[in-house]
Write a protein that binds this ligand. Structure first.
Ligand SMILES: NC(=O)c1ccc[n+]([C@@H]2O[C@H](COP(=O)([O-])OP(=O)(O)OC[C@H]3O[C@@H](n4cnc5c(N)ncnc54)[C@H](O)[C@@H]3O)[C@@H](O)[C@H]2O)c1
Length: 261
């Protein structure tokens, strides 16, 4: 698959990692649609890159089926004639809103409503976009001699693979677990599915952590969003990458830093 001349839906494209994916797609002469809740930031990214390159259809909640369907239709119409080649699902939440409280003597245990929030946004929202985009991709004419019709890249987390954080980590485990079954389901249609498991990356999602994240063993820093975007480019270009989760973490292992959960 190539990026040039093709269209990609990037969820979370108004924020840290997703924004860099949008920029990279446009830099490679592709087109991007931004699905993000944040209207102000979505508009800014689109204006910065040029609305013919990066289109923001207005605020989209990736957990809302009607909003996702509508945004997809509007975007495909906007980019009529440009083939939809895939999605990079980057939206996600690390903290629940303060109104959703935990339980237990200190209130630090994961409440059901908190758990539900993580699963809804991080897992169900991921599948919702992947499924709606796949529905379009299976109708594509093949792009190349492998008969590729598109690609789906999701974002899990090393917290899923290292077994930390009940709500966030479990929802992200679902995202990781989705990769191979979905790749097999879509294989007859020429659509690949990959997932990236980042370690700590320098984006606003980490802002609430006092002092930030510890660095990776090497390189001795946290990730830069363009390094995530660069991996997306490699995945899109390499047809043999399918059905796998790739850690992108500079040898960071959560359990080296976190005692309990
Ligand atoms: N930054 C890290 O250290 C790190 C590590 C591991 C995994 N991740 C994952 O990477 C992805 C990108 O995170 P980031 O670091 O860029 O965070 P970020 O907070 O900078 O960006 C997340 C974006 O998702 C959007 N979003 C949230 N809920 C949404 C919804 N329901 N519908 C549409 N948009 C929604 C936000 O508005 C925001 O623009 C997330 O899935 C996150 O869990 C990040």
């Amino acid at each position: 698959m190539k990026i040039e001349g093709n269209l990609f839906v990037v969820t979370g494209g108004a924020g840290g990692i997703g924004k860099e994916v949008v920029r990279t797609i446009v830099a490679q002469k592709g087109h991007a649609v931004i699905f993000d809740l944040n209207a102000a930031f979505g508009k800014t990214v689109s204006e910065e890159l040029g609305e013919k390159n990066a289109f923001f259809p207005g605020s989209v909640d990736c957990t809302d089926e009607a909003q996702v369907e509508n945004a997809l239709e509007v975007s495909l119409k906007y980019f009529e004639g440009v083939p939809l080649a895939g999605t990079i699902v980057c939206h996600g939440v690390l903290f629940p809103p303060p109104s959703l409280t935990g339980y237990g003597p200190t209130g630090m245990l994961t409440g059901y409503k908190q758990f539900e929030f993580y699963v809804k946004v991080n897992l169900l929202g991921c599948y919702l976009v992947a499924q709606k985009v796949a529905e379009k991709l299976i109708k594509n004419d093949p792009f190349n001699e492998d008969n590729e019709r598109g690609i789906i890249i999701t974002t899990t987390s090393i917290s899923a693979l290292d077994g930390t954080m009940v709500g966030y980590g479990t929802a992200k485990s679902g995202v990781a677990g989705l990769t191979l079954p979905l790749a097999k389901e879509l294989a007859p249609h020429g659509i690949r599915v990959m997932s990236i498991a980042p370690g700590p990356f320098d984006t606003p999602i980490l802002d609430p952590f006092p002092g930030g994240s510890p660095p990776c063993p090497f390189p001795k820093r946290i990730g830069k969003p363009h390094e995530f975007a660069d991996l997306c480019v490699s995945i899109i270009n390499n047809a043999m990458l399918n059905g796998s989760v790739i850690r992108l973490d500079g040898a960071f292992r959560f359990n080296d830093y976190v005692d309990n959960n």
